[in-house]
Design a protein around this ligand. Structure first.
Ligand SMILES: [Ca+2]
Length: 248
């Protein structure tokens, strides 16, 4: 019976998570998928693994630390926040945009994204808009000003928090440079996605049956233990040390 009680507790624990990095969210550092360099330059060549281009926008350029325009002296300005790659939020045209959907979110959960934005080179002016679709969060806009004295990538972390109003939450970033193709756009790296309040808490029918069965078995066990304890009651109203039932 102890084994059954433990199993019932374990089933309940499946739906009682309090905080977790969502397993469905991948490649927040943009290290997987295609990358660009001027040696084999092809812009708009696809979104990073796990991400999709926003309809009407192009996939942002995926830059690596090895990216270097020969003779332009850019290399020292182009360093990811971590790893080897990050995004230039331009596509080939003025704006790049990408998103990733994460499903299995419990309604009412707190959803948190953190992300790093950079003035990745001296011409990286523009805006970056972060959005959490399927939550009550408002868009968060970061503006990076043109700075022709910049000598290195400068990264700043931002946080956006929402409450899930749907079971699927969309993480989306849109870049917008002030003019096409010549100004650049903010850099983006190291997106993290965290759910507070549990994920995937709607059990399958088979799980419900197991949970209900577990409740019944646990209740039956407790009733038998109480009955057995009463059988051991010492005449005169005293007990023999059984007043506290074991937890398991
Ligand atoms: Ca990275």
């Amino acid at each position: 019976m102890k084994t059954i009680l433990i199993a019932a507790v374990a089933v309940l624990a499946l739906g009682a998570g309090t905080s977790a990095t969502a397993a469905g969210f991948i490649n927040g550092g943009f290290e997987d998928g295609p990358a660009l360099n001027f040696g084999s330059y092809a812009r708009g060549n696809g979104a990073p693994t796990g991400w999709s281009a926003v309809p009407g926008y192009e996939a942002p350029d995926i830059l690596s630390n090895a990216y270097n325009q020969t003779g332009a002296g850019f290399e020292q300005l182009l360093h990811a926040h971590s790893g080897d790659r990050y995004l230039d939020m331009n596509g080939q045209s003025a704006s790049g945009g990408l998103y990733q959907d994460v499903s299995g979110i419990a309604l009412g959960s707190t959803v948190v994204i953190t992300y790093w934005v950079s003035q990745w080179a001296q011409n990286s002016a523009g805006t970056l808009t972060a959005s959490l679709g399927g939550t009550d969060a408002l868009d968060q806009v970061t503006t990076v000003a043109f700075n022709n004295t910049a000598t290195s990538a400068a990264w700043t972390q931002y946080t956006l928090v929402g409450t899930a109003t749907a079971s699927t939450v969309r993480v989306q970033f849109l870049g917008l440079a002030p003019s096409c193709c010549s100004i650049g756009a903010p850099g983006l790296d190291d997106v993290s996605f965290t759910v507070i309040g549990g994920t995937a808490v709607v059990p399958e029918p088979a799980t419900w049956a197991l949970m209900i069965g577990g409740f019944g078995l646990a209740g039956a066990s407790l009733r038998r233990r109480r009955a057995a304890a009463q059988d051991q009651r010492i005449p005169g109203g005293k007990t023999s040390g059984y007043s506290s039932l074991p937890v398991s």
